[in-house]
Design a protein around this ligand. Structure first.
Ligand code: ADE
Ligand code: ZN
Length: 325
């Protein structure tokens, strides 16, 4: 009953790294097509290697996987495969991250990356009836100058990018490291978001709000460590894009029964359910909903609230939000 309800529920995804949707089968296909060596013999071996201790142990494998992406068509194929999964999961709107620095560092042109992704997103709007927005994420383990260079490259593609974000290794790379590049991005008309309070402390969430002027927080589950912050999130309806299966795989919580998303929902925090890097964490958005609902009892209104929250927290325009709710 709950399963059917979740499957049929229209969904909006706000936290998805397109590079994290690279399934082992496609990784193999692209490795062959582009003559790239990967340290695995077949897709099953790849899937078996996905045992992580923390965020960094995942990121090491994730950046390695992205090496098979070379041509515009590869970025198209990657994005299109994700969008076909969205259709199966009844996702009506998605806001996806891409990490240009992961690719430009290997000599791939910024335009190659973004044109491939954008073509798939436009085709999905026409053929699959799925709308989308694209968010460019800076890698926080790199320095702010590198982020400024990436922002400069993005200016020619402003029409394709709605916001800038901040991801990669959180601990030791606080939001304040990127204060000036975010200021510049805001001046250029981009919205801002940031990963904060995934592994890092609640103070990173506060910094992201105050210094980076973010519209929402990616993950944010550590907000419970600061009650003043928690009140602020509730009062100002600041959304958290939570990724339950990711949090279990990366050991942010030991078991789904201990995850705080349902308790946050009941405190009226604007929490949403998302898949983060579904090819690595064992499930797309429907599976994330199911995993939460199976571990913690919720009524149907509560489950549907995740979609209402996601519509409200999305970057779609006001009239469209009213139409969807
Ligand atoms: N890049 C891809 N997935 C991420 C995550 N969960 N946290 C930080 N950076 C990421
Ligand atoms: Zn993420």
């Amino acid at each position: 009953m709950i399963k059917k309800f979740i499957q049929g529920l229209p969904k909006v995804e706000l936290h998805l790294h397109i590079e994290g949707s690279l399934e082992p089968e496609l990784m193999f296909k692209l490795a062959q097509r582009n003559n790239i060596n990967i340290p695995f013999n077949d897709p099953n071996e790849v899937a078996k290697a996905y045992e992580f201790e923390n965020l960094q142990s995942f990121l090491d494998i994730y950046y390695q996987g992205a090496n098979v992406l070379i041509h515009e068509q590869d970025f198209f194929d990657l994005t299109w495969a994700y969008l076909l999964r969205c259709k199966q999961d009844n996702v009506i709107h998605t806001e996806i991250f891409f990490d240009p620095q992961t690719h430009t560092a290997r000599g791939i042109q910024f335009s190659t990356i973004i044109n491939g992704i954008d073509r798939a997103l436009k085709q999905a709007e026409q053929e699959l009836n799925i709308t989308s927005n694209l968010i460019m994420s800076f890698l926080r383990h790199l320095d702010e100058d590198a982020a400024f260079e990436t922002l400069a490259q993005a200016l020619q593609h402003k029409d394709k990018i709605i916001a800038v974000g901040l991801d990669s290794s959180e601990q030791g790379n606080p939001p304040n490291k990127f204060q000036y590049v975010f200021q510049q991005a805001l001046k250029e008309g981009f919205l801002t978001v940031a990963h904060a309070g995934e592994e890092g402390p609640a103070s990173y969430i506060t910094e992201a709000l105050n210094l980076l002027k973010v519209s929402r927080i990616d993950h944010g589950v550590r907000c419970v460590d600061d009650l003043e912050l928690l009140e602020h999130l509730i009062t100002h309806k600041i959304a958290l894009t939570v990724c339950p299966l990711s949090n279990i795989k990366l050991r942010v919580f030991e078991h789904m029964e201990q995850h705080n998303i349902v308790s946050l929902l009941r405190k009226n925090v604007c929490v949403t359910i998302n898949s983060d890097d579904p090819a690595y964490f064992g499930g797309y958005i429907t599976n994330n909903f199911l995993a939460v609902a199976q571990a913690q009892e919720m009524n149907l209104d509560e489950i549907a609230q995740f979609t209402y929250n996601a519509i409200n927290a999305s970057f779609i325009n006001h009239d469209e939000k009213i139409r969807l709710t």
